[in-house]
Design a protein around this ligand. Structure first.
Ligand SMILES: *[C@@H]1O[C@H](CO)[C@@H](O)[C@H](O)[C@H]1NC(C)=O
Ligand SMILES: *[C@@H]1O[C@H](CO)[C@@H](O)[C@H](O)[C@H]1NC(C)=O
Ligand SMILES: *[C@@H]1O[C@H](CO)[C@@H](O)[C@H](O)[C@H]1NC(C)=O
Length: 244
């Protein structure tokens, strides 16, 4: 907590030669809230959870704390992973019940490993319930944050994707909820840059399809695509320990 610089009270302690050392203290009571702005990068599962926690902590009935919250989300919708991933068969790779907020289970899931649309519905529905729309700025892509030690704030630059303009903001707290798997890169296939096909949500019926990898996405994708593809080949580095 910053002191306001006012000389409050002289504590009366003499230093031995008769003079009194001025003692400064802040004119604030213990735990007095100071204005604070929290900025969150990304409104997927973590961004949505953050609003719930923010309200619980700072917006309890009777509280009037000067704490602000803003969430910058690059996409046109909240939901993160469950909005962005559109590949055939995309679903949860842990049982869906363990993929809900711990305080807000969902007894209505249709099966054990539900698909992306059902998870998207659950999380966007919870987001409405927590009041996320009040805090989120859609189509705002985080660009940079620079700590200003003199003001004790991050100086943020965010790009408004709808207009292409840069927006400046300041926040004492920045939470990176952008998702550990969201900065993926294309594999280094020669010729990839001249590929004219679609990269996501393509109609694969009658096509010859190659799949590289048998992780959870491969497991979800292959059963869906093999049913419509003309021919499919899956490349696995080796059998997994599980398949022995
Ligand atoms: C989400 O935003 C990113 C970055 O602008 C973009 O590449 C991606 O296509 C968007 N996803 C959807 C589903 O619109
Ligand atoms: C940062 O600010 C604090 C408080 O004003 C000051 O004590 C500290 O020396 C500063 N650090 C740097 C690296 O400037
Ligand atoms: C946020 O987290 C992602 C994933 O860990 C990382 O790639 C990115 O650099 C982080 N951004 C900032 C501003 O810390």
């Amino acid at each position: 907590m910053a002191t306001n610089g006012t000389v409050g009270h002289v504590n009366g302690q003499a230093n031995g030669n008769g003079t009194v050392a001025p003692y400064r203290y802040t004119h604030a009571y213990l735990r007095k809230a100071r204005p604070l702005r929290i900025a969150i990068i990304g409104c997927g599962v973590s961004g949505i959870a953050a609003v719930h926690m923010f309200k619980e902590r700072f917006r309890a009935p009777g509280q009037d704390l000067p704490i602000e919250l803003v969430i910058y989300e690059k996409n046109k919708s909240i939901g993160g992973t469950w909005y962005e991933n559109r590949y055939p068969g995309c679903s949860c790779d842990v049982p869906s019940h363990s993929y809900t907020f711990s305080w807000d289970g969902n007894p209505y899931f249709s099966r054990v490993y539900v698909g992306a649309p059902e998870l998207y519905d659950y999380f966007t529905d919870r987001a409405e319930a927590y009041g996320v729309p009040e805090f989120v700025r859609l189509q705002h892509q985080f660009e940079s944050a620079t700590w200003n030690n003199a003001t004790g704030q991050y100086e943020l630059t965010v790009k408004d994707l709808a207009t292409g303009t840069l927006v400046e903001d300041k926040a004492e707290v920045v939470i990176n909820a952008s998702g550990v798997l969201n900065s993926w890169k294309w594999p280094d296939f020669p010729g990839l840059e001249t590929f004219a096909g679609k990269h996501t949500s393509a109609d694969l019926s009658g096509k010859t399809v190659g799949v590289v990898g048998t992780g959870s996405s491969g497991i979800q994708l292959v059963p869906q695509v093999q049913a419509v593809a003309k021919h499919m080949r899956v490349a696995a580095r080796r059998y997994s320990a599980r398949s022995r």
